[in-house]
Design a protein around this ligand. Structure first.
Ligand SMILES: Cc1cc2nc3c(=O)[nH]c(=O)nc-3n(C[C@H](O)[C@H](O)[C@H](O)COP(=O)(O)OP(=O)(O)OC[C@H]3O[C@@H](n4cnc5c(N)ncnc54)[C@H](O)[C@@H]3O)c2cc1C
Length: 375
């Protein structure tokens, strides 16, 4: 994993970092970064080797995401969502679906996104309300998804719906360009994560068949809690750990380079040293916690779920805390947007609202620790 981390850090510095400022300033999806990720085989990181992928695990997923986030949080977040959807196909897709999609994902020919959240249930994305009906052998979806990251830039959207069975959910793969699918392109002007293209998606009589469903009818709940939850929550922990580490690097470099007329640097001021110490301590803490949690998940340890939830809440809090401290060190230059710190503060603020939000996850954590059921 050390090698994968170093390789990805270097890759991200070369191919991802040069586009992060533009993605933020212009609110554009980092297409060039994804072209490079596809070319270098990253899209198939967790695709089994039998289908041409690298066959790596949850820990590798977190390692790559964290390294990408140290260059561009938006790229890391979009990539993370592709991996989550891919893992649902790997673990629940039919043989036919896996044979059709996984080799193409591994070759970087196609990518996926998650269309889960809806306005009516907000952060509780596992309670979809879009309508599913059946006509002869076809299934028909009608409704609206509220935030779909990478909308318009991927080949398939993973859409969660209720099921026609008595209980449960269905998880569908809707091909891009399907009749009845439209996006509200004007609707993404986020505070941070501005390259995400997280747009509302409308589904109007979108017609699918049995082969488009990921897994058995009603298996969406299992997928949400056994696949989406570990890969998504760990992925968010990794994104915001990467953001915190990035902030640490910027704060250290700036404090050494910013010199007063007497030749002394900011880094010689005890208060700044104290802030730097706090940032380092918090960012390193997040790094070790996220690493331990992702390893715990890969090993399927008994306490993996609580580790993962706690690491995600911790990394989210840490990213905002260190960004706020670093803004002090950056002073007027940071406030005037001459440093990327204000961008990272805005990116960090997304952590607390992304589903399941840190408030909801904290409640889940308290329940899990006291053996109470979580949704
Ligand atoms: C940058 C970004 C990218 C996103 N990308 C995607 C994507 O690709 N796919 C996707 O499906 N969704 C995506 N989302 C949506 C996201 O995951 C959430 O579903 C969405 O932000 C919820 O917004 P809301 O305003 O409806 O939240 P609300 O549900 O209105 O929640 C508002 C606040 O109330 C709190 N709250 C609500 N219920 C409870 C409770 N029971 N206990 C404690 N606190 C509670 C929440 O924590 C939150 O802070 C994205 C969001 C962002 C910001």
């Amino acid at each position: 994993m050390k090698e994968l981390n170093e390789k990805t850090m270097q890759f991200a510095q070369t191919y991802v970092a040069p586009h992060s400022d533009q993605a933020d300033k212009e609110g554009t999806y980092p297409l060039e970064s994804f072209t490079a990720l596809k070319k270098e085989g990253y899209m198939g990181l967790i695709v089994p080797e039998a289908y041409g992928g690298q066959g790596l695990n949850l820990h590798a997923h977190a390692t790559v995401i964290q390294a990408l986030a140290q260059s561009c949080a938006t790229t890391a977040l979009c990539y993370m969502m592709h991996n989550v959807a891919t893992m649902c196909v790997v673990l629940h897709g039919s043989d036919k679906m896996k044979e059709a999609l996984l080799p193409k994902i591994a070759k970087g020919e196609i990518s996926l996104a998650l269309a889960f959240s809806e306005t009516g249930t907000g952060t509780h994305f596992y309670q979809p309300e879009i309508a599913l009906s059946k006509k002869n052998e076809n299934y028909i979806l009608n409704g609206k998804k509220s935030f779909v990251t990478a909308a318009g830039f991927v080949d398939y959207y993973m859409v969660l719906s209720s099921t026609l069975k008595k209980d449960g959910l269905d998880n569908w793969l809707v091909p891009d360009g399907s009749k009845g699918v439209t996006f509200q392109a004007s609707q993404w002007d986020g505070l941070g994560m501005r390259g995400n293209a997280s747009m509302p998606m409308y589904l109007e009589n979108v017609t699918l068949d049995e082969n488009d469903r990921v897994g058995a009818e009603g298996s969406g709940v299992t997928q949400v809690f056994e696949v989406v939850a570990p890969f998504f929550i760990t992925g968010l922990a990794a994104v915001y750990t990467g953001v915190a580490l990035h902030i640490n690097d910027i704060a250290v470099a700036y404090s050494m380079n910013r010199k007063y007329s007497d030749g002394k640097s900011l880094s010689e001021i005890p208060t700044v040293q104290n802030h730097l110490a706090q940032i380092y301590k918090k960012a390193q803490g997040a790094k070790h916690f996220t690493t331990a949690a992702s390893l715990s998940g890969s090993n399927m340890d008994a306490d993996a779920l609580t580790q993962i939830i706690a690491a995600r809440v911790n990394a989210s809090d840490v990213a905002v805390e260190v960004a706020t401290l670093a803004m002090k060190i950056g002073g007027g230059a940071a406030y005037a947007k001459r440093l990327p710190l204000e961008r990272l503060l805005r990116d960090a603020l997304a952590a607390q609202v992304m589903a399941p939000s840190t408030d909801v996850l904290s409640i889940w954590l308290g329940k899990a620790l006291t053996n109470q059921p979580i949704p």
